[in-house]
Design a protein around this ligand. Structure first.
Ligand SMILES: [Zn+2]
Length: 65
């Protein structure tokens, strides 16, 4: 299978230098809560699709410690 849309997205932590908080499959939507293993911050990641190509827009913010 050859499909560029299958590339995973690396989501970085907004609180520390962790550039790979988790990997995301393109097309995923919704809100995910994840605890960063490095800074221990709880991060909310909200995902939205936009555009004809179905690109994923990512917003990350710390919601707790
Ligand atoms: Zn972090």
């Amino acid at each position: 299978v050859s499909n560029v849309e299958n590339e995973v997205i690396h989501v970085a932590c907004p609180c520390c230098r962790n550039k790979r908080l988790f990997d995301l499959m393109p097309g995923a939507i919704g809100i995910i809560q994840i605890k960063c293993p490095i800074c221990r911050g709880v991060v909310a990641v909200s995902l939205h699709n936009y555009g004809k190509e179905g690109k994923t827009k990512i917003h990350t913010e710390q919601i707790g410690a």
